[in-house]
Design a protein around this ligand. Sequence first.
Ligand code: F0G
Length: 460
Amino acid sequence: MAEIKMPLEPFRIKVVEPIRPVTRREREALLKQAGYNVFSIPADKVYIDLLTDSGTTAMSDDQWAGLMTGDESYAGARNYFHLEKSVQSIFGFTHVIPTHQGRAAERVLFGSVLKKGDIVPNNIHFDTTRANVEFLGARAENLVLPEAYDPVSDRPFKGDMDPDKLKKCVESKGAKRIPLVLMTVTNNSGGGQPVSLRNIKEVSGVCAHYGIPLFFDACRYAENAYFIKKREKGHDKKTVLEIAQEMFSYADGATMSGKKDALVNIGGFVTLDDDGLAEKIKNLLIISEGFPTYGGLAGRDLEAMARGLNEALDETYLEHRTAQVAYLGGLLDQAGVPVFKPFGGHAIYILADRFLPHIPRGKYPGWALTVSLYREYGIRAVEIGGVMFGSKAGQGNKEIYPELEMVRLAIPRRVYTASHLQYVAEAIIELHKNRDKVRGLRIVRESPFLRHFTARLEEV
Ligand code: F0G
């Protein structure tokens, strides 16, 4: 068997945060209290937290130094102009409108363009994106290629949108009902898979043909650009910055959650060229997020984001980041744990229905796996399957499940070392050997939107 190379951390540790394991008995009691929902477990009762890569980043010394230069003026803080400069130099759009995080950027953008009955195509909508679209009475359509749902196809850009599906969607619904097309990079809900430049160009061409603006959901743009450099022919000599600039040159704007590839704990923005739309967005922003030069953030947060955006394009950082994810994936794969391939940019996705074939979809195998991972090993992961994306839209209120039933092990940026990941791999491999003991669950309470955050379940 090929040896899996341990990724060497391109940083040394200056500040530490202790983590302590709690006993299995305590974890059992906590699960019961939490309604078997790991979102409701206090974080200091988690040993290794792979719930999300969002906002969980360790900032650099330079970013921490930047916090001290925060200008907390209500209007026109100097840090806003630093952020504006960073965003413009990478994204290339004129307007930079800060928000407190990605979903707030979605809300002010969609709130300014969507009407009831509109359609928003995407490769695959992330859950908050879908919820923000649906909240306005519009419909969210996923238009990826069929391979996106094939967890073993080795296609290097499974995040690509199907341009023919997009054309058909526009032809059948009419361009007037589609105020924008979105492209999520990387495609989080489809295994963290990148989108190729070729596809971006093609989709941009379709959008231009019908006069529909194209926006990026750009959370993980740096990871996507790095994959283009590594996997797409003809781009290996370019810098990741040049590739990112080229990606954005085919679009009309972007929403961004800074909590991913801007390497911050809080922050986001919308960026675009259209003056009229920017004005509408700012008007909406003022009601909920704040004045347009701070958008729900402190001056110091703007500074950390301005610096983090550039750090995320550092190729040594990106090389380690993707190697870390591939390291965990490789260890699991080699031991026969079913995982989504190829490995994406920010997480490893376990194929939960194959991991737990004795648990039917209606008893939520992905959720069951998250419960067992916490109970047995203190590891927190997130289900991306029937509880997150299931809906009672079938005949007679029958539940319909998404194509894939997965558990995501998201790797926070610059937080865990190779030995932490080794622990995670060993734990999952052991659980896989004892998988027959894992039980399914049923939902006892749920909310109408984004039910996974607050649902309560019990084991059956
Ligand atoms: N779009 C994508 C593709 C995301 O992954 C997220 C967040 C958002 C938008 C919303 O950004 O959290 O700053 O409001 N994803 C996190 C995750 C929560 O765990 O994948 P936000």
